[in-house]
Design a protein around this ligand. Structure first.
Ligand SMILES: [Zn+2]
Length: 257
């Protein structure tokens, strides 16, 4: 099998999914009954490197797969060209929201901005049915994650005319959640925000695809996936060193040079 976090490995993975029932988050939430196992929910959180997301969307489409791609409002804009290109390939596009971070914990301002962004996307011609909270460290002490916006603002999803949120609306007793966040594959047999999952790999996930005890809900982050193994290794090692060094920088314990 191709090296993990290369686009060749993603293509291999799509090949394995070809003969399975695969759902977008929106299609899964729209069902009145959960599908029979085995099945897969395919989600792609586009934190950045939108071009890679378009490549992955094309690969998935070549294997007749539909996934949910969530986009951030980043540097003052959505990448509408990438979103439209992906929507044209029959994928779901959704809003990867982080308005509590943007509004520094001001819930009212964050709700207004959330509604504004959903409207903006729809006015651009995109169908927005679901949203996904972006997981970054909170920037104020009055909330734990961007998901708190929906947890503590009852009715916001309904006001935005959404089917739901990509984790809050899922019954995790029926699906195991597997994510590549932070360049580490982790499996959560019962996902809850803030709980760390067990280490796993793409290879182990492929082995588990036919299991009938639960559906698999798999989340990819395109900015971690590269065409060339050497480029991927460079960025992955750089990321590892960053996560090792960053806590020391925050504590100010690194020697000044
Ligand atoms: Zn994210």
């Amino acid at each position: 099998m191709a090296l993990d976090f290369t686009l060749a490995a993603f293509e291999d993975f799509c090949q394995w999914l070809t003969h399975m029932p695969v759902f977008t988050v929106g299609d899964y939430l729209a069902r009145s009954q959960p599908p029979p196992t085995p099945f897969v929910i395919l989600r792609i959180d586009v934190d950045y490197r939108e071009t890679t997301a378009v490549h992955m969307a094309r690969m998935a489409e070549r294997h007749n797969l539909e996934a949910s791609f969530y986009f951030r409002h980043r540097e003052g804009a959505f990448d509408l060209d990438a979103m439209k290109a992906i929507a044209q390939l029959n994928h779901e596009v959704g809003y990867h929201f982080e308005t509590l971070d943007t509004c520094q914990g001001d819930f009212q301002a964050a709700s207004d901005l959330f509604l504004e962004h959903v409207t903006l996307l729809r006015e651009s011609g995109l169908i927005i049915r679901t949203v996904a909270g972006h997981g970054a460290p909170p920037v104020a002490v009055n909330y734990r994650s961007n998901l708190d916006l929906l947890i503590h603002t009852p009715g916001l999803c309904e006001r935005a005319n959404l089917l739901g949120e990509s984790t809050l609306s899922i019954d995790f007793s029926r699906v195991a959640y597997i994510s590549d966040a932070g360049w580490r594959w982790r499996r959560y047999n019962y996902y809850r925000p803030g709980v760390v999952g067990k280490p796993t790999s793409l290879h182990a996930t492929i082995r588990d695809l036919p299991r009938r005890d639960a559906g698999l809900y798999i989340n990819f982050h395109p900015h971690q996936w590269f065409a060339h193994p050497a480029t991927m290794l460079y960025y992955r090692v750089r990321n590892r060193l960053g996560t090792l060094i960053l806590p020391h920088v925050r504590r100010g314990s690194l020697p000044k040079t």
